[in-house]
Ligand binder design. Structure first.
Ligand code: FAD
Length: 462
């Protein structure tokens, strides 16, 4: 329970209307997009400037109050579930200014609460390109993207958020501003603190400003939808395209259950009878695009595709892409609880992973819709369930464990893009080593001796 004097201090920093202490308000910030137990914070604070953000962090540091920064709360790993010991949620939605888009030197500077799609659109309006495009981009924030090292549909060719972060300014637990990276293409000054901060999930500092790399947009692109009457053929085609040394910008997979559910939701003209679908886009110089598209078509046919449709217009392409982005929301309508996984395998192991997912669904008698960024080995098996059904939910937990076991046994990883949070911290040692956990905990302890920065996330409780 926070004292009235302390609440007054927060109000003095950010203004009365930016401190929420009513029960209803606090409940609204007790959960995120992961299926985990909510925790009601002691207070919710909304700084309107980076200066006051620093003061809020300092006050929390002085009083040993756990701080969980919240962008839009769309993370799928419990990263914004507050700490039960008088946790303070700090909202970044008022820190939403794009400070600079530099067309000469190809970078931009943003505050952490800027919405991803809004930023990408502002950049595009100036003839430039910011490639990371998480499915949640219409609502997610740049701070959340950097903290989770978010990926997206274009990750295969363009990489994920870390490939675009040139620098981050952040506050430490004493409210001291740390400046990392630079606006130059090359910068090797000092420790690579910006690199350390990307993917740190709010556990090492609170971002106040982010410098991002921009790139020229591709001159041409070609998108196609490839139909398969057999899931194995589709997954083998993914492996064959990569093995042929072609890197499409997008190579997405949808199984039949996902196709049907998305079509019922988005009416994008997806073929509901197909057993699986690949959505493929190549981009770049027009000559390269023509050449790579022809090679991809040939590979798909050789691998036994049942049909192939090349998008004839930007409108047609966008309609299908939007439908793919809606996959999770569409699946989430089927049952009350949606458990989305993020286990990722080397691309050549995609056929084995998809086969294993089918077997897991049958073994535990569960409905699993699988879609995802097949081109980077990052599948999203999505279990549709009802958390109130205790017996079924036990089977869900067993299935999730087995999904991770299989992914790790295939040389994969726990998370391709959604982060570890509290959802997967218990698995960390299995993928890495005991030494890795101890080393990371020592690092955290040195930087955050009172353990106030998003405690329990990634490394669990000691
Ligand atoms: C429908 C849907 C589709 C999705 N699709 C994708 C996808 O394609 N790819 C993908 O990678 N993810 C995806 N996600 C997951 C999620 O959108 C991303 O993790 C996103 O980056 C979270 O952004 P956010 O603003 O909601 O951050 P939040 O969920 O609010 O926070 C995420 C983490 O960042 C920390 N954080 C936020 N701001 C700061 C800051 N200023 N300083 C320090 N730490 C901070 C938080 O404490 C938390 O640990 C999807 C989620 C949904 C619901």
């Amino acid at each position: 329970m926070l004292s009235a004097a302390l609440i007054k201090e927060f109000k003095a920093i950010v203004g009365e209307s930016n401190v929420m202490d009513s029960e209803a308000d606090r409940h609204a910030y007790s959960y995120d997009s992961a299926v985990l137990q909510p925790v009601v914070p002691a207070l919710v604070v909304r700084p309107e400037s980076t200066e006051t953000l620093g003061k809020v962090v300092k006050l929390c540091g002085e009083n040993g109050l756990p701080v969980t920064v919240r962008g839009s709360g769309t993370n799928l790993s419990g990263g914004t579930i507050p700490d039960p010991r008088d946790g303070i949620v700090v909202l970044t939605n008022a820190l939403n200014r794009i400070l600079e888009i530099n067309q000469e030197d190809l970078y931009a500077v943003v505050e952490p609460g800027v919405i991803t799609a809004k930023f990408a659109a502002e950049v595009a309006a100036r003839g430039l390109f910011y490639p990371p495009d998480p499915g949640s981009q219409a609502v997610s924030t740049m701070g959340g993207n950097v903290a989770e090292n978010a990926g997206g549909l274009r990750g295969l060719k363009y990489g994920v958020t870390k490939n675009y972060v040139m620098g981050v300014n952040f506050f430490d637990t004493e409210g001291e501003k740390i400046v990392t990276g630079s606006r130059t293409v090359k910068c090797v000054t000092g420790l690579n603190l910006a690199g350390l901060m990307v993917g740190s999930e709010g556990t090492l500092g609170v971002f106040s400003e982010i410098v991002l790399k921009l790139v020229p947009p591709p001159a041409a692109n070609k998108a196609m939808m490839v139909l398969f009457d057999d899931v194995a053929k589709a997954s083998q085609t993914v492996a064959a395209i990569i093995a042929a040394k072609i890197v499409p910008c997008t190579l997405e997979f949808l199984d039949n259950f996902t196709i049907r559910t998305v079509e019922a939701f988005a009416h994008a003209g997806l073929p509901v009878d197909a057993k699986a679908l690949l959505l493929i886009e190549v981009d770049g110089h027009p000559a390269q695009v023509a050449d790579e598209a022809a090679q991809v078509e040939a590979i798909c046919k050789k691998m036994g595709a049942a049909g192939l449709h090349v998008a004839q217009s930007a409108e047609e392409r966008n309609k299908v892409w939007e439908a793919r982005r809606a996959a999770l929301s569409a699946l989430a309508r089927v049952r009350p609880t949606t458990v989305l996984e993020d286990a990722t395998v080397p691309r050549s192991k995609i056929p084995a992973m998809i086969k294993a997912l089918d077997e897991i669904a049958a073994k535990y008698k569960l409905q699993i819709g699988t879609f995802g960024h097949a081109g980077d080995g990052n599948l999203h098996p999505t279990i549709l369930t009802d958390r109130r059904d205790k017996q079924e939910f036990e089977r869900v937990e067993q299935a999730v464990n087995e999904i991770f076991e299989v992914a790790l046994s295939l040389g994969g990883t726990l998370s391709g893009e959604h982060g570890i949070g509290i959802a997967k911290s218990k698995w960390m040692e299995k993928e890495t080593s005991r030494g890795t956990i101890l080393y990371s905990r020592r690092l955290k302890k040195a930087l955050d001796p009172k353990n106030i920065l998003n405690p329990g996330k990634i490394l669990g409780e000691e």
